[in-house]
Write a protein that binds this ligand. Sequence first.
Ligand code: SF4
Ligand code: MG
Length: 334
Amino acid sequence: MDNLLEVQDLQVSFFTYAGEVQAVRGVGFSLGRGETLAIVGESGSGKSVTSKSIMRLLAKSAKIKHGSIRFEGKDIASLPEKQMQDIRGRDISMIFQDPMTSLNPTMTIGKQITEVLKKHRKLGGAEANRRAVELLDQVGIPNPDKRLKQYPHQLSGGMRQRVVIAIALACNPKVLIADEPTTALDVTIQAQILELMKKLQQELDTSIVLITHDLGVVANMASRVAVMYAGKIVETGTVDEIFYEGKHPYTWGLLASMPKLHEKSEELTAIPGTPPDLSDPPKGCPFAARCPYAMEICHEYMPEYTEHSETHRAACWLQDSRAPKVQSPLAGGD
Ligand code: SF4
Ligand code: MG
């Protein structure tokens, strides 16, 4: 496949007064054209740090220590900020969880959209305005002419996220990184925004990296999934491989904690325990302390990836030929 984005052995740390926190510990994945890759995991798994590394929007205390981020073959991990500014918003755009963090409260919607168009597309005033109206229309905002003159606070949360999507798509980016794009919205609006993203992706052929903790969103949106835990990708596969043939006990735990139809949310089985402290990461499998199947070796050595298909691999000692055979709880339906 001809990959648009290729991340290899990415390592990102935060340097705090208390020492180094290894938030991302050797992450690698690729993104093909027009594809949606979901990165899933609990909060603190390193998924947002990964996405911010791609955008080069990390906090000052964070540093990319190692690895490469190739966009159309060119490593952008160490690109000077000036050059990165040309790529950001034009080739790679990002949508965050809370639309208010990406919108400027003191600027009209229109100004915020036309600024992007003027900067990256070198459009003149009238042309940029015309395009802004078009964009708002495309993301399903009624009366775009009127909306352009309004400020973010005059719009509902769902409408604001539509504006953010319009801005993100203003320059037809090749890659869209959506970090929990619907988490802050109520359920009906969530579904609408996801539908909108799907529709736009088909129209514009944008590739999407979707960061989420919600496997329901993954099933609905993605073609491939990377499961992250404690700064590592522990399993990756197609949606079917992850949902029906998942190999990693953490993946099983995530799937078990997914609300099922006809089940009240109180009946969810959250994975007991907490993720490891990444200022002092465990030397073995990072999931060992919470894993019901942990063996002695798990605490001592990090498992390598085992390939189950061209698209499916998992890092777990259970996949070793010498390990006891464990029946996947996914087998045989529910
Ligand atoms: Fe569990 Fe061991 Fe597999 Fe880690 S390597 S997920 S501790 S069985
Ligand atoms: Mg996050």
